[in-house]
Ligand binder design. Structure first.
Ligand SMILES: [Zn+2]
Length: 322
């Protein structure tokens, strides 16, 4: 040690004697600042590529989120499923958008556990969460809300491998799987009309399916705008630590709690601005041209969803919702 130090001093003295400039001390490596992901649903803005997906995160013991990229035109965004591994099987909340993607998820689940998939909850009946259901193993119990049965029957007609769920609920279903309490809840009509959420009270995790769109434009094709806001407020009242969206990134629990409020305000903004234009007597086409949805204009899927959302609020105001 001492000899090393003397050598260093000698070398330094020699350099000084030769008139060479003293080497600048090497900068101390900065401790890496924790990366704070940008608040966006756009993977590219977060520096992520397709190679980063599917992304599986364990949010509580045995409770996983599964994020896979999906394309909408040129945009990419994530579709999120949740699965819960117990000693008596695996419960999956929401599938992915086609056979191949759901098969990939089944394979990823198989890397984590030998337990079979026993339950699939159709939290959203939209195709981007159900069209791959034919890839789940046979004998799985499918759970659906009564308002979503007709949509699943249509899906089955189109793709016969997709089963029509047989366990139909109207309010709630309490399961105990491997000693784990799992609550499947209907908190009101929202994004689809039959939205189911999955709550794990002991782990304080709440899977909100696409009732919670994280920085993804409020998609209202089959939504009940005002009821959607009320439904998400009920979800907030549950007070879960971890709130999982159906599209957009699974960020830290703090960010996701924060962003749930942002998502509610986004829907409220669409309703307020569309209502203002409706009250001015504008047609939907005129309103579409004049509308200013503020920050939402930069959100993912704006192009495809903006006009549709405005029209859906018009339908609600005109008493035309189904
Ligand atoms: Zn969706």
């Amino acid at each position: 040690m001492l000899r090393d130090l003397l050598t260093v001093l000698a070398v330094a003295a020699g350099l000084a004697a030769c008139g060479a400039p003293e080497p600048a001390p090497a900068p101390e490596p900065e401790p890496a600042a924790p990366e704070v992901p940008a608040r966006t649903a756009d993977p590219f803005q977060r520096g992520l590529t397709e190679a980063d997906f599917p992304r599986v995160q364990e949010l509580a013991p045995g409770v996983y989120s599964y994020e896979q990229l999906r394309a909408a035109g040129e945009e990419l965004f994530t579709t999120v499923s949740m699965f819960v591994v117990t000693d008596e099987g695996v419960l999956v909340a929401d599938g992915q958008g086609n056979f191949e993607e759901t098969a990939r998820m089944v394979e990823e689940i198989g890397k984590i556990t030998d337990q079979p998939i026993t339950h699939v909850v159709v939290c959203s009946d939209h195709g981007d969460h159900t069209a791959g259901n034919g890839a789940f193993p046979e004998g799985v119990e499918y759970i659906v809300h009564e308002n979503s049965v007709a949509a699943m029957e249509r899906m089955h007609e189109r793709i016969p491998e997709i089963p029509i769920p047989e366990t139909v609920i109207s309010d709630r279903l309490d399961l105990t799987l491997g000693g784990r309490a799992i609550e499947i809840l209907f908190l009101g009509r929202a994004h689809t009309g039959g939205d189911l959420v999955v709550h794990l009270p002991e782990e304080s995790v709440l899977f909100l399916t696409e009732a919670y769109l994280h920085r993804v434009y409020p998609a209202m094709r089959s939504a009940y705008p005002t009821e959607w806001v009320a439904m998400l407020r009920r979800a907030q009242e549950i007070g879960a630590q971890v709130n999982i969206p159906g599209h957009g990134f699974v960020d830290s629990p703090e960010v996701l709690r924060d962003e749930l409020q942002v998502a509610i305000e986004a829907i409220a903004t669409v309703i307020a601005e569309s209502t203002r234009l409706h009250e001015m007597g504008l047609t939907p086409e005129e309103a579409d041209e004049q509308a200013d949805f503020g920050d939402l204009e930069t959100w993912s899927l704006r192009e495809s969803q903006r006009g549709m959302a405005l029209r859906r609020v018009y339908m609600e105001l005109n008493g035309e919702l189904p």
